[in-house]
Design a protein around this ligand. Structure first.
Ligand code: FAD
Length: 520
């Protein structure tokens, strides 16, 4: 017999499958031996009260074993002889576009400026060790895209549950733990995600697709107002409709579109800092107890949002048990971001603490028109680099000192391996941002006792929260509004804001290309 149970359990009762089997036996009035397997279908933590519960939905197998797999697989057929479609960028947008193209009977040719996900790791290590940033292989560029070395958080505000479930199932098919299907806040972890990405790439190649690393798209091949292919830095030209999934750090792509008068629009972003606390403190605050998370609860998360003088101030991409990382993608930049391993086991918790900005907030950049906030980002990242000593050392300030506009004379130990330098962020970051950040953080300290502390460090700067530009496309065909054969895709085009939403957008663009090809 197979049955389902909805239960509210103590954390220790959910420690592992054996513990859950005992709970199921108790609830069903069965002996433990008769419970042959349990599957967690949904899991979330309720830490609102002093006693913490885990809400679980279980599928219980009594006297029988599960027959079906924990996730649904997609069948990918051979597309060797099918029509070519070019996918620029191997981030989640590009990779899921390629997989969906194969499902639709089209042959993806992926062109990626960075290296494969393993080789890329070596360049990432050099950023911390030698302060060397390879312009083509870093935390933003390379196989897997910006999220390959990240926390691998897979939650999204997308309301399209069906599309989200499909993406999560595909991640499982390529090696992610099926627990991502059950967790309220699923994440893969930086130690596991690269393997999943490699498996996706191998599937694409096995089906007859092509993947070209260290190959940067430099220009479109145009026929009138239609993109019919791309030129690359290797001298190779590829022909076919183009899914442009180049992410929000490929500023050269925005400059190219602007120069060619291909319509793009300026859009708002959010900028600020990475805030790093001891994880133990966040556990104590969020689980409302001195002993913190104990043995059975995960590293605690938080999420804050408020409005200050007409602009949102919020925490962004929180990484429990994680590390702050150097996410620059070019010279004269210091940019920070965060990542966590799958066990979220480090001593630190970090998140972006950012303020929403609009292009009109900085009239001094207005002459750059659509590129205004790119210029703003570039300037702020360069200031940050200067204030860190012109290396990958990041300027930083204790949290309470920032609020009091005081210099920090020393800093807490940090997870940021290139090193920190005490610096008055309140002085050199834009007043528009710091004044709102100060008020926002004061408010977060009020609603969460202990959060505002001088044991937390603010690390400059977080500027790559989303795309400062939208590459405008038609709502139904996903094709660019004026250029045929061009499908702006994912975060860089302004249509996604994370791994899952970029993957969903990749699928959409593949469907748009299939519609175009079918109509010919
Ligand atoms: P990207 O992932 O940016 O991929 C674009 C790809 O295009 C890159 O590989 C780039 O090298 C390539 N490219 C660019 N220009 C060219 C060109 N001219 N020719 C060829 N190739 C080109 N999101 C989450 O949801 N959860 C997280 O936990 C999370 N953590 C993050 C941690 C870090 C450190 C970073 C940097 C980001 C994180 N994000 C996270 C954000 C997430 O990674 C992005 O939202 C997502 O990767 C966007 O996907 P994309 O495919 O649109 O673009």
């Amino acid at each position: 017999m197979v049955t389902e149970l909805q239960l509210r359990l103590l954390p220790e009762e959910t420690a592992n499958e054996q513990a859950l089997k005992l709970v199921a036996a108790r609830e069903m009035g069965e002996t433990a031996e008769n419970i042959r397997a349990v599957r967690v279908l949904k899991r979330s933590i309720d830490a609102r009260q002093r006693i913490i519960y885990v809400n679980v939905k279980l599928r219980v197998f009594i006297n029988e074993l599960p027959e079906e797999s924990e996730y649904q697989s997609v069948e990918y057929k051979d597309v060797t002889d099918r029509k070519n479609v070019i996918v620029v960028g191997a981030g989640p947008g590009g990779l899921f576009a390629a997989l969906r193209l194969i499902e639709l009977g089209l042959r993806p040719i992926i062109v990626e400026r960075g290296k494969d996900v393993r080789e890329r790791k070596k360049d990432i290590a050099l950023i911390s060790r030698e302060h060397k940033v390879n312009n083509e292989s870093n935390y933003s560029f390379g196989e897997g895209g910006a999220g390959a070395y990240s926390d691998g958080k897979l939650y999204t505000r997308s309301k399209k549950r069906g599309s989200v479930d499909k993406i999560l199932n595909v991640f499982c098919q390529f090696g992610a733990s099926p627990s991502i299907l059950a967790d309220a806040h699923p994440h893969i972890g930086t130690d596991k995600l690269p393997r999943v990405i490699e498996n996706i790439r191998e599937q694409i190649k096995k089906c007859g697709g092509e993947v070209h690393f260290e190959t940067r798209m430099d220009a479109f091949v145009m026929k009138g107002d239609e993109v019919v292919g791309i030129e690359t830095n290797t001298g190779k030209t590829f022909f076919g409709p183009v899914i442009l999934a180049t992410g929000h750090s490929a500023r050269d792509v925005y400059y190219y579109l602007h120069e060619k008068a291909i319509p793009i629009e300026a859009k708002g972003i959010a900028v600020g800092v990475r805030l790093e606390h001891p994880q133990e403190l966040i556990d104590q605050i969020q689980y409302h107890r001195k002993e913190g998370r104990g043995k059975y609860l995960p590293a605690a998360e938080y999420s804050f949002v408020t409005q200050v003088n007409g602009r949102g101030v919020y925490s962004f991409c929180m990484c429990p048990g994680g590390f702050v990382v150097p996410a620059a993608s070019g010279p004269k930049q210091v940019v920070v971001n965060g990542m966590s391993p799958s066990n979220r086991g480090s001593r630190w918790a970090n998140s972006g603490m950012v303020v929403e900005i609009h292009p009109e907030d900085f009239p001094e950049f207005a002459s750059y028109k659509e590129l205004a906030l790119i210029k703003f980002q570039e300037q702020l990242e360069e200031y940050c680099w200067q204030n860190g000593g012109m290396k990958q050392v990041a300027p930083a300030q204790r949290m309470a000192d920032f609020i009091q506009k005081r210099n920090s004379f020393d800093l807490p130990v940090s997870s940021y391996t290139p090193g920190l330098l005490a610096s008055p962020l309140h002085f050199w970051m834009p007043e528009f941002v710091t004044s709102r950040l100060r008020e926002g953080l004061r408010y977060f300290g009020k609603v969460s006792n202990g959060f505002l502390t001088n044991e937390a460090t603010m690390i400059g700067v977080e500027t790559r929260t989303s795309s400062p530009v939208r590459i405008v496309r038609d709502r139904e065909t996903y094709q660019h509004v004026t250029i045929k054969g061009l499908f702006p895709c994912g975060e860089g085009a302004g249509y996604a804001g994370g791994i899952v939403s970029a993957a969903i957008d990749g699928e959409r663009c593949a469907e748009g290309v299939a519609m175009l090809i079918a109509s010919h």
